[in-house]
Each structure stands twice: as structure tokens, then as C-alpha cells.
Design a protein around this ligand. Structure first.
Ligand SMILES: [Zn+2]
Ligand SMILES: [Zn+2]
Length: 188
């Protein structure tokens, strides 16, 4: 089986996050039955972008991965982890395939996909620059990755500082300017 997954569906699964989804995904895999159990084994291909933790540029996230889901026909829904007390929660082996229920006719893969997509949302991601990302200048917000690396911080800020320093030095170092100022003062 090959199930295309629309980009806006992925976006809705990640609603409330700052993920940006531009490409559709696809789920490929096999469906097999064994008594009351339906087993879906497959591979999800999906990507989305989140802002780089340092420079806010698009950082791609691979949300794909293997899926292995058991669907139990007509069984009572699997209790949510949060609803169990600690001892019970420990009894659920995290290594076992996910278990869901189905009505014997339809397998709803949506909860599985949503869980997978949400789990793949990273806590912190860097852009294509990786650890070399220099981030944003703390005083002017310029993206330091777009400036030539000189080991001295932000070149835009440095240029501005130099300009300001030059401007404030001007009166003392420029007798013409001082004379003009005196003239102006005399007139008023
Ligand atoms: Zn970055
Ligand atoms: Zn700056």
C-alpha cells in the first residue's frame, strides 16, 4: 500500500507548533491480518521545517521513520499512558508495537501518524549551518551567517560604531567645523 499524506494534513497534525510544512508525505507499507489482529508495518516519509534555534532560518526536520502498529478488532481502546498509575504504566513495554483498535472494517491510521509527527517535532534544531551557525547579532538582529566571518562579531554593528566614533571626533579635529559652529552661536 502507498498512502499519500497531504502537506496541509501534516500541518494540521502539527498545529500549535511553528513547523512549516511545504511538502506532502507518503506512507508505504504492508497490511496483514492474523486472527483478530491487523498489523500495519510501514515506512513514513515526511519532512517539515522549524526555525533554527540560533538564526531562525528554516531548519529541515526529517519526520519519517518506521511504523509498526497492531490493530485489535473490537477490543476496548488502549488506555492512555497518562491515565494509568505508575505501576501500570511500567507494564507497557515501550519496545512493543503500538496497539490500536479497529471496527473490523476501517483502520484509522490518523492517530498513529499524528503521534509519530508530533514525536518527531524537535526540541532544538539548527539550520543547514549546523553547529557552525553563528545566529543573530544580539544588538541589531542581523543574521551573522550572511556576514563574512572575522571572529569579531557583527560587522554591521562594528561599522556603525566606527561611524559614530568618527562623527563624535569630528568637532575637535576639524577647525572649520568649529568656526562654523561658533559663528552660528554668535548669530543666535
Ligand atoms: Zn542557523
Ligand atoms: Zn549587529
Amino acid at each position: 500500500m502507498e498512502i499519500p499524506i497531504a502537506a496541509n494534513w501534516i500541518a494540521s497534525a502539527l498545529e500549535g507548533t511553528d513547523a512549516e510544512v511545504t511538502k506532502p508525505g507518503v506512507l508505504t507499507g504492508e497490511l496483514s491480518f492474523q486472527g483478530k489482529t491487523a498489523l500495519v508495518r510501514g515506512e513514513l516519509a515526511a519532512t517539515f521545517c522549524v526555525p533554527c534555534a540560533r538564526c531562525l532560518a528554516d531548519a529541515p526536520v526529517d519526520a519519517g521513520g518506521e511504523l509498526c502498529v497492531h490493530f485489535e478488532r473490537g477490543a476496548s481502546p488502549r488506555p492512555k499512558r497518562a491515565e494509568l498509575d505508575e505501576d501500570e504504566a511500567e507494564e507497557i513495554d515501550p519496545g512493543s508495537p503500538e496497539e490500536f483498535t479497529f471496527d473490523g472494517i476501517t483502520l484509522d491510521l490518523r492517530p498513529v501518524l499524528i503521534e509519530h509527527l508530533v514525536m518527531s517535532y524537535p526540541i532544538r534544531t539548527l539550520c543547514a549551518q549546523g553547529e557552525a551557525c553563528r545566529g543573530l547579532c544580539l544588538s541589531c538582529g542581523a543574521n551573522l551567517n550572511s556576514q563574512a566571518a572575522n571572529g569579531q562579531g557583527c560587522t554591521a554593528c562594528k561599522a556603525r560604531e566606527e561611524q559614530q566614533a568618527a562623527a563624535s571626533e569630528a568637532p575637535a579635529g576639524n577647525p572649520d567645523w568649529q568656526a562654523a559652529l561658533l559663528k552660528l552661536r554668535g548669530k543666535s
